[in-house]
Ligand binder design. Structure first.
Ligand SMILES: [Zn+2]
Ligand SMILES: [Zn+2]
Length: 343
């Protein structure tokens, strides 16, 4: 990349990160402290872009007018914890050591694995290789996201991301940490299969993060008629977050794409031009997230997950609500008895 970038990372690493990790006794057995330094600088850039560009846009041209921003505050906390805490730590303590182990185990054979093993000429075209990796990742994300809505035990966790009634520029990192772990395992395993290097992985994730932060931003302009057919924009993702319309019970099952909207069009889940609806969920057992702090919110999601995991309804694909005992029931059924209303 640019020549000043490695210098900046090195300087920050030498003067801040390495001494800190040394002090914490974490320097010996894990990844490269440069990874932590790089993740922290990227985090600072990202927070600057959200705070200095996306957030003012919300005041200038909001999609939804709010009298206050009370509910968005917790999402900013989620973003700061993710970017400055969990992301760098996960890369350092888990990803890099794992990749190193895989490299040692694979030895020379590594070069023949994955996408490059299939299309060796790609090595000469790094940008094309990056674009192809991205396409494959985004495709995987699309199907994983459909599963997050389709499987009740996964929805039990993913619903925390959807419970936000004031969806805005900090909302992308609001989510269950168990869900985050599951997603990392799915995407990480896929990365190993197609042979992505750890530093490429970080760059891939960063590129996606910024687009996703923008697509959660509370603004009324999208990318226009042509680009909205290629990329996910705020209008497109806002429809994904709409509250269920009980008269049109399938309307909200749409726009699952992360960065590219092409998958939704290919697989028949794209919606455009629907009149804007409020965001959030109807289910009171999930909507209660809005009244909770971070720890209680995480705990609530884990209880829903546990309730779903051990019940038959938790494995039966389709929309569900949760009863007061955290056990899911198919949508339209009675909240307490779990029975359809006609019985
Ligand atoms: Zn979703
Ligand atoms: Zn979202």
């Amino acid at each position: 990349m640019f020549a000043w970038w490695p210098q900046l990372v090195d300087a920050f690493n030498q003067h801040a990160v390495t001494p800190l990790l040394q002090g914490l006794g974490l320097l010996e057995h894990f990844g490269d402290p440069r990874d932590v330094a790089e993740a922290l600088i990227i985090a600072a850039v990202q927070v600057l872009i959200i705070g200095a560009i996306f957030r003012p846009l919300e005041s200038l041209a909001p999609a939804e007018r709010w009298s206050d921003r009370r509910l968005t505050r917790i999402d900013r906390t989620y973003t700061l914890i993710m970017l400055f805490g969990l992301n760098p730590l996960f890369a350092y303590l888990v990803l890099t050591p794992l990749a190193r182990l895989a490299g040692v185990a694979g030895g020379e054979a590594q070069g023949d694995a994955g996408l490059l093993g299939l299309l060796p000429w790609l090595a000469g075209y790094p940008w094309l290789k990056f674009a192809l990796y991205y396409l494959l990742f985004d495709f995987t994300y699309y199907w994983m996201h459909r599963a997050q809505h389709w499987l009740p035990w996964w929805w039990a966790l993913h619903s925390l991301h959807h419970s936000q009634r004031q969806m805005g520029c900090w909302c992308n990192d609001r989510g269950s940490y168990v869900d985050g772990l599951l997603q990392s395992v799915v995407l990480g395993a896929f990365g190993v299969v197609i042979g992505v290097e750890p530093d490429e992985f970080a760059l891939l994730m960063f590129a996606g993060e910024l687009v996703q932060c923008y697509s959660h931003t509370n603004v009324r302009f999208g990318f226009g008629r042509v680009f909205e057919r290629v990329f996910v924009d705020p209008k497109f993702h806002r429809l994904h977050h709409m509250v269920v319309d009980e008269l049109r019970p399938n309307l909200h099952n749409c726009n699952f794409g992360q960065v590219l909207s092409v998958w939704d069009q290919l697989f028949g889940t794209a919606r455009y031009g629907i009149a804007p609806r409020p965001t959030g969920v109807l289910d009171p057992m999930v909507d209660i997230d809005n009244e909770r702090g971070l720890v209680a919110m995480q705990w609530g999601a884990v209880r829903r997950f546990w309730g779903a995991l051990w019940s038959r309804a938790g494995w039966r694909p389709g929309d569900v609500g949760f009863g007061p005992d955290y056990v899911p029931y198919p949508s339209g059924h009675d909240r307490v008895t779990g029975q359809p209303p006609d019985r």
